[in-house]
Design a protein around this ligand. Structure first.
Ligand code: NAP
Length: 267
């Protein structure tokens, strides 16, 4: 019988909201042999007594290091790391491009850039990732499993799509929260008490998302049609929302603006 391959040693740089969510996921799935954490504020309480997790000030020898610090601090932090050749660099920062990390670590260095979103905090995120040409298949598989700890993962080949990805799934949770706000205000305008309208709007979004999740193969348009009787109340509302593709056009404008902003920020 062959023994299983050794588990990797991972270093997490920045144990804030997103880094903490990843670390929680890694510990839960038992993915790593050992996890080092570089974090000036120290380890968050929930990880303090975990024998697999070690706080460190400098980058130790490891299979991969995950950069989960604010984009504006990234270059200074990376410049001080001096990673050993061969350790995979995985950045989850919004903005810095692969070329930025190649400048810092070397043109041949294996680098993956990933864009998660906030539901990652409860392991329900979606992360889009792109690798440079120096990432070995085993390193890509490792990154995939590290990212799967916070939700779904999609890989792309073309890094230039990252601005649109940031605009759609990266910023997307805020659009859904705004939908709850908008539905709440509309319910109030239709005569419902404010708190009651909010409960109805919020649970409608939560329940509809769970229903969509329970039918992954059913297109959104079919889910919509399934709850729309001809001549009924839903059809009446949709005749406003879909008139001239009003909502789609609004989203196209919003996402185009966010895409352009992402492009500006990653210059
Ligand atoms: N949150 C999201 O929804 C989201 C979505 C997509 C992408 N991201 C990306 O994820 C990254 C982290 O975001 P976040 O929301 O998790 O931010 P955060 O909560 O502020 O976490 C960043 C962490 O890095 C720590 N840090 C500061 N200086 C450091 C250093 N020299 N070495 C190591 N760690 C250091 C910070 O410590 P202090 O608090 O002590 O400064 C903080 O704990 C960002 O690049 C962001 O673009 C976040």
């Amino acid at each position: 019988m062959t023994s299983p391959p050794p588990k990797p040693v991972i270093t997490l740089i920045g144990c804030g909201k997103m880094g903490g969510a990843m670390l929680r996921g890694w510990l839960k799935s038992g993915i790593a042999e050992r996890i080092f954490v570089i974090e000036p504020s120290g380890l968050p309480d929930e990880f303090k007594n975990n024998s697999q997790v070690t706080l460190t000030a400098t980058l130790p020898s490891c299979d991969a290091f995950v950069l989960a610090v604010k984009p504006q601090m990234m270059n200074d932090i990376c410049a001080a790391l001096h990673p050993a050749p061969g350790a995979l660099a995985l950045s989850i920062a919004a903005g810095p491009k692969i070329a930025n990390f190649e400048k810092l670590f070397g043109a041949q260095y294996p680098i993956i850039r990933a864009m998660p979103n906030t539901p990652a905090a409860i392991a329900q995120g979606i992360t889009v990732a792109v690798a440079n040409a120096h990432v070995a298949p085993g390193q890509k598989a490792l990154a995939d499993s590290l990212l799967r700890a916070i939700g779904m993962v999609e890989w792309i080949e073309d890094e230039s799509l990252m601005d649109a990805v940031t605009a759609l799934s990266g910023s997307g949770p805020a659009y859904v929260f705004h939908l709850i706000e908008a539905m709440t205000k509309a319910g109030e305008a239709a005569g419902l008490p404010a708190g009651f309208a909010m409960t109805l709007a919020r649970q409608t979004v939560i329940g509809s998302a769970a229903l969509a999740a329970s039918e992954p193969g059913t297109p959104a348009a079919t889910l919509r049609q399934n709850v729309t009787s001809p001549g009924g109340t839903t059809a009446a509302a949709l005749s406003v929302l879909m008139d001239g593709d009003a909502m789609t056009e609004l989203f196209k404008r919003a996402i185009a603006k966010a895409t352009a902003r992402s492009r500006e920020l990653s210059q």
